[in-house]
Every structure is written in C-alpha cells, then in structure tokens.
Design a protein around this ligand. Structure first.
Ligand SMILES: [Zn+2]
Length: 149
C-alpha cells in the first residue's frame, strides 16, 4: 500500500499511464517517464506496448520493434527478465525505450577507453559495474534524453 501511495504522489497528475498498463514493466516505464520529466523532456508512451516475447536471439534481453513507427513495441525475454535485478531491469527498459520512444540509435562511444558514454551502447556493458552505473547514473540520464549536449 505504501508503495502505491508513493507512486501516486510522485507521478500524480503529470503522467497518464493507466495503473498496470505495462504489467510487470510498469515500474520501469513510469521511472523512464519520470526521468524524462526531470530532464525537461515530454515523452509519449500512449501507444507503446511491452510484452514478453519468446524466441529472441540468443543472449538478447529485449528488442524494440517498429522503431520510429506509430506503434512502438518492445519484446522482452522472460527468462532473463525474471532473473534480473532492479538495475538490469531499469537498464533493459530504458535502453529499449531509448530506441522505441526517443528514436535513438546505438552509440558505441567510450569515455575512457572502456565505459560507454550512453545507455544506448549496443550491449549491456553499461551495467557491467553496477557501482559505476549508479555513480554516473545522473550523467547517463542526461545523455539519454539530451544526446549531443
Ligand atoms: Zn539496442
């Protein structure tokens, strides 16, 4: 009950995501919209669909289909999702929403020869080191919503 109240207060009237609209992905989608708002960016998730999808290529966590289309669709590997912690879940949804909602492509640039500058790096190296990710999370959020700035 407490968690529900916190979500209502935090996201309140500014976001029009129906309760449970994204099922088990609700928290991450709301978090994405919230981070966008903090970055001063309006995002539209009204037509987004996210579902578990069997048969993704080996080792894929998730994929965005219909990138840039009217009906963005994200498929997530159930096996990996159910064995992932909160950080990997956040990363997975944020990366795919980066494609599907922000129309972003992959970004392979590294900042110090190893660490990606962007959540849009093509594999999950961004969260290889959770401590590093958490330390630079604010930078990653800024970059996600304001690439090239
Ligand atoms: Zn990708």
């Amino acid at each position: 009950m407490k968690i529900v109240l916190i979500l209502l207060i935090t996201f309140g009237s500014s976001v029009t995501i129906a309760d449970g609209q994204f099922g088990v992905f609700d928290f991450q989608v709301r978090r994405f919209v919230y981070e966008a708002k903090l970055q001063g960016v309006k995002v539209n998730t009204q037509r987004l669909r996210i579902e578990f999808m069997p048969g993704l290529p080996h080792r894929w966590l998730a994929a965005c289909f219909n990138m840039g289309s009217y009906y963005p669709y994200i498929g997530v590997d159930r096996y990996v999702w159910e064995r992932s912690g909160s950080l990997r879940k956040e990363y997975t949804i944020f990366h795919e929403m980066g494609h599907c909602i922000l129309n972003r492509n992959h970004d392979t640039r590294l900042k110090d020869g190893y660490h990606p500058i962007s959540i849009m790096y093509p594999d999950d190296r961004v969260i290889d080191n959770s401590q590093y990710y958490l330390e630079y999370r604010a930078e990653y959020m800024h970059e996600l919503f304001h690439p090239n700035k």
